[in-house]
Ligand binder design. Structure first.
Ligand SMILES: Cc1cc2nc3c(=O)[nH]c(=O)nc-3n(C[C@H](O)[C@H](O)[C@H](O)COP(=O)(O)OP(=O)(O)OC[C@H]3O[C@@H](n4cnc5c(N)ncnc54)[C@H](O)[C@@H]3O)c2cc1C
Length: 389
């Protein structure tokens, strides 16, 4: 085999490692991707009728505080500054997401709102943001009442729909992901660098993979070729492999789910093309109380778009993984039991010296894009230091 490295999965993790290997070290890379396209969950395509770029696996915008990640992303392609703003629909009214002081003004009288804000800043000592768990655990009855309002009308129904389980059964990390702001700041993310790739993510991936040393094979399930063999060897079409394999797919699948299937949550998207310039206030609006769907994304609100009087929206429905509607593992469901099961797979993987699991599926972690890129950069350094490269 005339390659120095095989990478399974052409998402952000696999593509970053391929880019680094080819451009920094002149290594020959074979990238195998089972979908018909590159980009993993960041893939987008242009709707032929409206020319609107539509993200096929859910809305994504890039944000990071990690300088090295930001530099690498800028080295690859052009970006446009973009500050994501989102809204939540509760009791027939829109309020910023994450919740902020405007939320309090929207749902309470002026006097009560003033009181809640004062209690919050005093209790949390002017912290810019807190978690809903901190608010629920407060002994201040004013804060507790407001926390309960948010919990009952947003976190609880949203979590139940998104994860298909009650909030108590979830890793608290999930409930900590969306903070409550103690100010009027209404940007969705706090990060220093927030941007979208010029022309969309697929265009960015094309730039990333444009190197004669990188061979991309799409529409190919790597597990039809690569298998764990006896004694810690990896087999490619039955022959022992002597080059490293970075695997960015689900680790349980790699080992034939021998310790049981890891739990994931899937999503389904229902698209609608509308003959109107604008459908909603921001690109993302969450609907905690709606029947079945959690949010609506309007792609025309992203910076590189021009709908020429049309717009496209996507309704997002969480689905159980492994069903007809939920074939893609989007989010790992992190519970005590799933972490234990994953640890069995991680230990098994470490017995294979040519196998390097990496990425949101193989690490069974929720990674934002910048986490995925950072992890890929670390993995590339680790590969260079390893004895197998
Ligand atoms: C709905 C949603 C919205 C998100 N929004 C944001 C956001 O706004 N900002 C942000 O920073 N992050 C966001 N994220 C996170 C972001 O999607 C991930 O950080 C990123 O996609 C991780 O890239 P990856 O390469 O690790 O995984 P993936 O994109 O899943 O890539 C893995 C690839 O491996 C392929 N593969 C798997 N098994 C095999 C096999 N056997 N053979 C061949 N190929 C295989 C898969 O087909 C896939 O293409 C979001 C995630 C979701 C689910």
């Amino acid at each position: 085999m005339n390659y120095d490295l095989i990478i399974v999965g052409c998402g952000l993790t696999g593509s970053t490692i391929a880019y680094l290997a080819a451009n920094r070290k002149n290594l020959h890379v074979l990238l195998i991707e089972k979908r018909s396209h590159v980009g993993g969950n960041l893939y987008d395509e242009t709707d032929p009728d409206t020319k609107i770029v539509v993200q096929k696996y859910g809305p994504h915008s890039f944000h990071t505080d990690k300088k090295a990640v930001y530099r690498l992303m800028c080295e690859v392609g052009g970006w446009e500054p973009y500050t994501l703003r989102a809204r939540v629909r509760i009791k027939g009214r829109l309020t910023p997401s994450p919740f902020n002081f405007k939320t309090i003004d929207t749902y309470y009288s002026a006097d009560r709102a003033k009181q809640i804000k004062k209690h919050l800043v005093d209790e949390f000592d002017y912290a810019p943001k807190v978690t809903i768990l901190q608010m629920l655990n407060s002994t201040d009855p004013v804060i507790k009442e407001y926390a309960q309002f948010l919990f009952e009308n947003d976190y609880k129904p949203y979590t139940a729909k998104q994860w298909g389980i009650s909030p108590e059964g979830l890793d608290p990390i999930v409930l900590k992901r969306v903070p409550v702001r103690l100010s009027y700041t209404d940007a969705y993310f706090d990060d220093r660098y927030q941007m979208m790739p010029e022309g969309g993510f697929t265009s960015f991936f094309r730039k990333m993979l444009k190197n004669r040393l990188i061979t991309v094979q799409t529409g190919e399930d790597a597990l039809d070729h690569i298998r764990p063999g006896a004694g810690g060897t990896l087999l490619f079409d039955g022959e022992p492999l002597q080059i490293p394999v970075v695997y960015t797919g689900a680790l349980d699948e790699f080992f034939g789910c021998c310790f049981g299937q890891l739990p994931y949550r899937s999503l389904r998207f229902k698209y609608q093309t509308l003959n109107m310039a604008s459908f909603q206030e921001t690109s993302g609006v969450a609907y905690p109380m709606a029947d079945g769907f959690t949010r609506i994304t309007e792609f025309t609100k992203l910076p590189y778009q021009d709908g020429h009087g049309n717009t496209i929206v996507a309704y997002e429905y969480p689905e159980p993984y492994g069903t007809e509607q939920g074939r893609i593992p989007y989010y790992p469901v992190l519970t005590e039991n799933s972490e234990k099961a994953f640890e069995c797979y991680r230990r098994k993987a470490s017995e294979y010296s040519y196998l390097f699991p990496c990425g949101r599926l193989a690490d069974f972690r929720y990674y934002n894009m910048d986490d995925a890129v950072e992890r890929a950069m670390e993995m590339f350094d680790m590969l260079l230091k390893s004895k197998v490269m």
